[in-house]
Every structure is written in C-alpha cells, then in structure tokens.
Design a protein around this ligand. Structure first.
Ligand code: RRO
Length: 312
C-alpha cells in the first residue's frame, strides 16, 4: 500500500485502468453526456455502434419492473463513421480511456467495424457486443452459439491489434462454452452479463408494454444471475473477466470482484444516481483499507478460495 492508500489499478489485457469501474455500454452515451463524472471512471464503454445509422425500436422502449429495468432500444446509434467524426473527439478529451463497442449483423461486419474503429485516434479497446437481445439480425444470435461467437470475435481479431473484450449474453445454457470459444478466437477479456431477455404486459390494455414486445432486463433483479456466471466464467478461462449486472454500490462491486471479476461495469444504477460509479470507486477503496489489502489484485477471486481458507 502506498501513502495514497491501496492501488485500484488493474490491467485488462493491454488496457490499463486506474480503477476497475467501467461505465457499462449504453448507459453513458458516448461519454460526452457524462462529462462531469467521466474522469472518475476506469473507462467508459460507449454505446454500441453499427456500420450504418439505426433508428432503433418503436416506443415505448423502457419500462420499470420489480427491482429492474427492461429496455428495447434496438441498437439506436448514428453509425460508426458519425461516432468517430462527431462523438469520439469530445470523448477523447474527457481524460479517461474510451472503449468503443461494435455490433455487426455478420461476422464480416464485425471485422469491418473493428478495422474502422482502430484507424481512429483515441480508442483504447473494443467491446465486441455479441449479446444485444433487441435486434432481429446479429446481436444475441452470435452470442448464444459458441461457433458464431467465435466467428464474430475472430473477424474482429483479424482486423485490429487493440484489446478485444467480448460482451456475453446470459441467455444461454452454457456461458462457459461461449467464453472459451471467444478466448480461443482471440478475445483478450470477456464482459458479462448483458441483459436478461424478458417482457412486460399491460393488463389494462391487454398488450405488451414495449414497442419491440421483448426487452432486456437490467438492474438489481439480475445481480445473482450475473454473479453466478462471473464465478463460472472466471474459472473457465484464463483471461480477465469484467463483471456487471445490477451493481448499485461498492458492496455489489466487491462481490463481483471476490467472485473473480478483475473489473466491473456500472450501468442501470447510473440512471438512478449519476454519481453511482464514483461512489462505487470510493467504496471499493474503503473496503480494501478495511481489509488491510495493498491492492485490488489481492482480492480478485478471493471468494473462490473459501474452501482452502476453511481447511487452513
Ligand atoms: O440497444 C439495445 O437495445 C441494447 C443493446 Br445494443 C445491448 O447490448 N443490450 C441491451 O440490453 N439493449
């Protein structure tokens, strides 16, 4: 521990983070919207972009559920060229690494997106989003099948030297099979979980609430699902895991880190409190001080060692 307290630094492949708290994709726009809080993050993961602009799904696109939020945004974004031209220059000035997030309809599109994004100045890493639940083509269809997931990540890998983070869906039987497949295809890290497929029905109007009928559930309701999957995947692969799903405070984040996550994403909590991630960073530091840990690295996966500790 230095005089400044325990180190929160962590490396996700070649991506160096000053702290392990990332703004989850889709919840901080392209960073500019979040300028006031941005410097506090380890990194900002931008909203996923596609080759061309997308208008997204019909409204309503958001509905609150018990302890959660269902979204059916439908990958609304201005397209990769507009992201690089109109958004990245401002985001770059925020003083925090910007992770671009890409979503293709074919494996070849993932390659093209990765190539295009890598040519720009100021992208620190690429999230390969193979887990959007709200589109008819691409998205989660890649992430539910290990071979398709590997094809998308492999195409991106062939097109860039930037660190690649594969974003996984929980809507699968065997998340570890997908995690292993994307690592074999060249992912430097995995992030999980994306949202859990769900829906809401309006009993008075006798129809689905969301314009897109189905949506993706986020928020505290999904935290136990996410924790289990992070635990499983951290054991299955020898790459860093970025854990997310319902993290609202530092205690939640620490639980993910103890389960094996090297970093965490904060997303939906930001809609309740834009300062949520800053609170999480401070709280992780306080936890480390309390635990007498010198560094975040000392506690990554610590709960995995509970059997050994019980025996000792
Ligand atoms: O835009 C969306 O509807 C969306 C995306 Br790309 C995603 O990855 N996860 C999600 O819940 N919504």
């Amino acid at each position: 521990m230095s005089a400044a307290g325990p180190s929160l630094e962590v490396d996700i492949g070649a991506l160096h983070l000053k702290n392990p708290v990332l703004a989850a994709s889709g919840t901080a726009g392209f960073g500019r919207e979040y300028a006031h809080f941005a410097p506090l993050f380890g990194a900002i993961v931008a909203k996923s972009v596609t080759l061309g602009p997308r208008a997204g799904n019909p409204p309503p696109r958001l509905v609150e559920t018990a302890c959660g939020l269902l979204n059916s945004i439908g990958l609304e974004n201005p397209g990769v060229e507009a992201f690089l031209r109109d958004e990245l220059p401002a985001a770059r000035g925020l003083g925090v690494p910007i992770v671009a997030s890409i979503a293709g309809e074919t494996a070849a599109e993932y390659g093209e997106l990765a190539r295009t994004v890598s040519r720009a100045d100021g992208v620190a890493a690429i999230e390969v989003n193979i887990s959007c639940p709200n589109v008819a083509r691409g998205g989660m269809l890649f992430g539910v099948d290990p071979a398709q997931a590997a094809a998308a990540v492999g195409a991106a890998r062939a097109a860039t030297r930037l660190p690649l983070i594969a974003k996984l869906t929980p809507n699968v039987t065997d998340v570890c099979a997908v995690a292993r497949a994307v690592v074999d295809a060249g992912a430097d890290a995995v992030a999980l979980i994306n949202t859990v497929a769900g829906m809401a029905i309006d009993a008075e109007r006798r129809r689905p609430v969301l314009g897109g009928v189905f949506g993706g559930l986020s928020g505290p309701a999904i935290k136990p699902i996410a924790l289990r999957m992070v635990w499983l995947v951290a054991e299955a692969i020898d790459r860093p895991v970025i854990g997310m799903g319902g993290i609202c405070d530092a205690r939640d984040a620490v639980e993910f880190i103890l389960a094996g996550a090297a970093a965490v994403g904060v997303g939906t909590a930001t809609f309740v409190d834009p300062g949520a991630a800053a609170r999480v960073v401070d709280g992780i530091r306080a936890y480390l001080v309390e635990a007498g840990a010198r560094s975040l690295r000392d506690i990554i996966g610590a709960a995995r060692r509970w059997r050994d500790a019980a025996r000792a």
